[in-house]
Write a protein that binds this ligand. Structure first.
Ligand code: FAD
Ligand code: NAP
Length: 560
């Protein structure tokens, strides 16, 4: 017996992706949509990452939705790069302004998702024990929404408070390795580190931001660093009202320029080559962009630093030189200077006083590459050579990125195939948004799409627009199933791998390559061909009647 589905579309998540999806499907397409969100509020990344210093690294005028001119005109950012509280305020405002909460079920985690072949819809199981069905599922479950499980023993033995940057609660919790999902909305009291002995593990973007702030309060801060990062200044500050007024007047034009830029930000163009200019000119360019801050150091200096090792070395040397200028103790400066990967082979980290924190008497840097962490103890941690004591442990150890949130959802496609099995050797997608064998499922900013190499709100809007246009197309043509062809998927995976191989990303161990998680297959998880090129490919696919997809009626319709 066949059944009709409960909803047209189920959306997972209420971050940038989930919120826009609900608005678009419900208010612009008139569809019946329901969303599930594990957290108690909207915000996604900006709900969960409440650690001190959390801030975006793309200027807020650009790191924001573009879909509503009214929204972008009425919202005012206080700083060039907004902090987490302001971004969470913004997403709460979006939810209120477009009345999105009534379609979102909070505190509800999707735990299973099974394609029902007989009825051509998805059966979505949630942790409240219910099953909900929908013809389509749009996953906005995020790329960086599953914190990495600590890979050293003993965390549960620690007697002090443990905080995880990617799951920063209102109050310290017993470490369970899982998100609690029951914390309240902003505002909240920030965690007070005053006078405490704090240990931080991890010096990626999150650690760098958190360390800078915790160092201002802690009685003693011990930073456990395995790999130093090429951090450069963010260049934050108050927004210049005149510049802001001008930007708002030209918003549509700025968004167009942003969408044509590989980073999704209208940054100044780089010079062609770092090694074809004189040493003086090179220094002048680096000095200017380093001082201006943010992605300009990477993307507005020299075009070939992402592809040519020789050019990249000039940027890496420059940044190492800056670290040596800023850190008083030469031995500490040396330890903070990355040497094992090219600049920007990991996502560049941005800072505001990070290196100066190591000049403070209360801050100590411990190299856990040469002396690895053996275990966390009741009172601190042991490395292979030393014992350290602290009252509070902060884990800034990153995420099971891109695939982690999807693998955790128990997704089962056609013929009982589990996504975990299909992706056992690494993710395989068509265009980074669909998967052969998993019809009517759209992965917003999924693996092998530009995602975090681009400005995420724009990447999300592009993907939601693609998914919703496909659904509209099916509805208009009395069709109900869209599925990526196996050959098209294989060609996309090959293309994405070729593009990755042309870049410097494989030269680093990072979450981009899946290599931050023990046992995870080493595979480039992002599309390196550039968002403008990617968008042109997607547009062509649609213009050619969804090239590479099979479109068909629902099974019960076909049987009539
Ligand atoms: P998320 O914001 O991650 O939201 C996903 C939501 O899905 C979460 O709320 C989660 O609880 C929910 N969810 C997941 N699984 C389930 C499930 N099974 N059931 C129910 N709900 C589920 N990108 C940039 O472009 N620029 C930046 O400056 C930037 N800064 C960042 C800073 C930090 C600290 C981090 C961690 C990431 C940053 N990013 C940045 C990337 C950031 O993740 C994206 O910009 C964006 O916020 C992602 O939005 P999203 O809606 O796709 O996913
Ligand atoms: P990350 O970049 O993966 O960094 C994790 C850190 O933890 C690394 O220093 C890593 O060392 C260390 N680590 C992990 N396991 C360890 C272990 N067992 N022992 C010792 N050290 C260990 O994670 P993240 O800092 O959370 O950043 C993830 C991404 O989120 C960023 O790349 C960025 O895209 C986004 N983000 C952006 C901002 C922003 O500025 N807007 C801020 C935060 C996050 P190794 O390098 O040696 O593995």
């Amino acid at each position: 017996m066949s059944h009709s589905q409960t909803h047209d579309v189920i959306v997972i998540g209420a971050g940038f992706a989930g919120l826009y999806s609900v608005h678009k499907l419900r208010d612009q397409m008139g569809l019946d949509v329901t969303a599930f969100e594990a957290a108690s509020g909207v915000g996604g990344t900006w709900f969960w990452n409440r650690y001190p210093g959390a801030r975006c690294d793309i200027e807020s005028i650009h790191y924001s939705y573009s879909f509503s001119e009214e929204l972008q005109q009425e919202w005012n950012w206080p700083e060039r790069y907004a902090g987490q509280p302001e971004i969470l305020d913004y997403l709460n405002h979006v939810a209120d302004r477009f009345d999105l909460r009534r379609n979102i079920q909070f505190n509800t985690r999707v735990t299973s998702m099974v394609w029902d072949e007989e009825n051509s819809f998805w059966r979505v199981g949630t942790d409240d024990g219910k099953t909900t069905t929908a013809r389509y599922v749009i996953s906005g479950a995020g790329n960086l929404s599953v914190p990495k499980e600590p890979d050293f023993p003993g965390v549960k033995d620690f007697q002090g408070d443990v905080y995880v940057t990617g799951n920063w609660p209102q109050e310290p919790v017993d470490f369970t390795g899982k998100r609690v999902g029951v914390i309240g909305n902003w505002p909240q009291e920030p965690v007070d580190f005053t006078g405490k002995r704090v240990g931080v593990i991890g010096t990626g973007s999150s650690g760098i931001q958190a360390i800078t702030e915790i160092a201002k309060q802690a009685g003693h801060l011990t930073v456990f660093q395995r790999t130093p990062n090429f951090a450069t200044p963010i260049g934050n500050g108050p927004i210049d009202p005149e510049l802001y007024a001008d930007q708002k007047a030209r918003y549509a034009e700025l968004r167009k320029e942003a969408r044509n830029h590989v980073q999704g930000v209208p940054l100044e163009a780089p010079l062609p080559s770092a090694i074809e200019v004189s040493a003086e000119k090179r220094k002048e360019v680096y000095d200017k962009r380093y001082a201006q801050g943010g992605f300009r150091m990477f993307l507005s200096t020299f075009a070939d630093i992402y592809h040519s090792k020789a050019s990249n070395d000039t940027a890496a040397d420059y940044i190492r030189g800056k670290i040596q200028e800023r850190v008083v103790d030469p031995a500490v400066a040396e330890l903070l200077s990355p040497t094992d990967h090219p600049y920007a082979a990991k996502r560049p980290a941005f800072e505001n006083g990070y290196f100066e924190a190591f000049n403070q008497d209360n801050v100590e840097l411990v190299d856990v590459k040469s002396n690895p962490i053996e275990r966390v103890t009741a009172t601190g941690l042991n490395t292979t050579t030393d014992e350290y004591e602290f009252d509070v442990l902060v884990l800034a150890t990153g995420f099971d990125a891109m695939t982690g949130p999807l693998m955790a959802m128990g997704i089962v496609g056609r013929n009982g195939e589990r996504l975990q099995d299909k992706w056992a050797d690494g993710p395989e997608t068509y265009l980074g948004i669909t998967v052969n064998g998993f019809p009517n499922l759209f992965l917003i900013t999924g693996p092998q799409s530009p995602s975090v190499l681009y400005n995420m709100p724009l990447a999300i809007e592009d993907h939601v627009d693609f998914a919703t246009a496909a659904i509209a197309h099916l509805n208009e043509h009395d069709l109900a199933i869209i599925e990526a062809d196996a050959e098209a998927e294989k060609a996309w995976v090959d293309h994405a791998n070729e593009k990755a191989a042309e870049s410097l990303l494989p030269e680093a161990n990072s979450w981009f390559m899946g290599s931050n998680i023990p046992g995870k297959p080493r595979r480039c998880l992002v599309y390196v061909g550039g968002a403008p090129t990617y968008r042109a490919i997607c547009d062509e696919v649609v213009a050619e009647g969804y090239r590479g997809f099979e479109l068909s009626p629902a099974v019960e319709l076909a049987q009539l």
